[in-house]
Design a protein around this ligand. Structure first.
Ligand code: NAP
Length: 411
């Protein structure tokens, strides 16, 4: 029986829909089972492949961090119902030992509101969480926005004609609004995807560090196949001049997650809080809903199924399947994750990239069976400097917001 002091307290941003809701459902399916399959290191990239015991918890606090209380509460009700159905199923299994009911008894799902585009609400959210729960074991930085406004049909036809699977995996033909600002006066996409999550992590950092069980605390950063350094201009770090703010914001998240992880591994007194990057593959969610009517949505889903059938490993399509990488990274013992030996940057060519880490990606076979794969995280000396600068900007802005609120700046 796991001790209540080790039960996970998981924060999921954007938990009311799409992949965020998929992560919550998948986490429930996994933990209601006594032997969560997503915790097992049975994929090719693990350093060992022996079966892991003991990744079983008898309780969970799941914090749905949503910008709308109403949508959050609807998701919470749905998740409780879903958990009850799962328990009922387990009760019918031969040799059932009561774990599912015990877990359900100790399952708490709560909604706390946060709007990442308003830093004041991020602080309020962090205060509520730190006052109410003894620690946070996992922070899943999932919520995301894109300011897609239209489809550039010329580019769409060109990309579809040259590489149509890439065109439905990492499309380059969405036109995005340039210069959209948040209520705080910062780049809107940048604040929702990057800075809001950075502030959330900083405000919860000490609370994450309190989770000193064998698994240690984890921050999961939600990247994308669309993450692309090509579009990133470091002088426009708030992405207000960028016509590709979404791709650039995901690239910034990759940069930040890796550097925070390195810093945490070097500086932590106790077990370090790990920062891990996941890609959900492609799922049909609301993220591009501004662009799609009924007909184009149907075409989109058909093209996803066709891409998968023709061999694309990234068309998970359902949010539940797409969330496998995030849930796996929540549960798998860290000892099983691959490590990358540090490689020196090439001083003679600051733009030359070397492998610095790993991103974890949801994948599936032709018939949709999901698993987790890896992608190399490449970095050049120049990008490393861009990341240091970006983290400086984030930290300075974080300090400014703390001071404006009359809050001490946490270490
Ligand atoms: N779908 C894919 O194929 C795909 C591929 C790669 C990466 N991703 C990433 O996966 C993540 C989830 O996206 P999704 O596809 O599930 O999209 P989605 O269905 O649009 O869900 C986005 C979630 O984020 C929330 N959110 C948006 N702005 C917010 C804010 N300012 N404060 C707090 N919450 C906010 C939304 O809340 P509301 O319901 O209130 O709007 C919603 O719950 C994103 O980071 C996205 O970049 C998705």
């Amino acid at each position: 029986m796991s001790s209540p002091s080790s039960w996970p307290v998981v924060v999921v941003t954007g938990a009311n829909s799409g992949i965020g809701l998929g992560i919550c459902q998948r986490l429930l399916v996994q933990l209601i089972s006594k032997s969560p399959t997503d915790a097992q290191p049975h994929y090719d990239f693990h350093v060992q492949s022996k079966i892991v015991d003991g990744v079983s918890f008898n309780g969970l606090t799941l914090i749905l961090a949503c910008r709308s209380r109403q949508r959050g509460e609807a998701a919470r009700d749905k998740l409780y119902q879903f958990a009850d159905e799962q328990v009922r199923q387990h009760e019918t299994f031969p040799g059932y030992d009561g774990h599912a009911e015990t877990f359900r008894k100790h399952l708490t799902i709560v909604v706390h509101t946060v709007d990442l585009s308003r830093i004041q609400t991020v602080f309020r959210f962090a205060d509520e969480v730190t006052k109410t729960y003894p620690y946070v074991s996992h922070l899943i930085c999932n919520a995301g926005v894109a300011s897609f406004v239209s489809i550039n049909w010329f580019l769409a036809i060109k990309q579809l004609a040259t590489d149509w699977i890439e065109a439905v995996t990492a499309p380059i033909y969405y036109t995005q609004e340039v210069g959209q600002l948040s209520q705080d006066g910062l780049g809107w996409v940048w604040q929702c995807n990057v800075f809001g999550h950075y502030v959330l992590f900083r405000a919860l950092k000490a609370h994450l560090a309190k989770y000193q069980t064998s698994t240690g605390a984890r921050v999961i950063w939600m990247s994308s196949h669309e993450s692309n350094p090509m579009y990133y201009d470091p002088t426009d770090w708030q992405l207000t001049k960028s016509a590709h703010s979404y791709e650039s914001s995901k690239f910034q998240m990759d940069l930040i997650a890796h550097n925070l992880d390195q810093a945490s591994l070097q500086d932590s007194d106790g077990l370090p809080t790990r920062h891990l990057t996941v890609l959900p593959g492609v799922a049909g969610t609301n993220i591009a809903s501004a662009l799609l009517g009924t007909f184009s949505s149907i075409c989109m889903f058909l093209s996803f199924y066709l891409a998968r059938f023709l061999g694309s490993p990234y068309h998970l399509i359902s949010a539940f399947k797409a969330s496998i990488s995030a849930v796996h990274l929540c549960l798998v013992p860290l000892a099983f994750l691959p490590t990358v030996d540090p490689t020196e940057f090439d001083d003679s060519d600051p733009t030359a990239t070397v492998e610095v880490g790993v991103r974890y990606v949801s994948q599936c076979g032709r018939w949709g069976k999901e698993h987790v794969g890896t992608m190399k995280l490449m970095r050049s000396k120049e990008q490393n400097k861009q990341c240091d600068d970006l983290l400086d900007h984030c930290e300075r802005l974080f300090t400014t917001f703390c001071e404006a609120e009359g809050r001490p700046v946490p270490s």
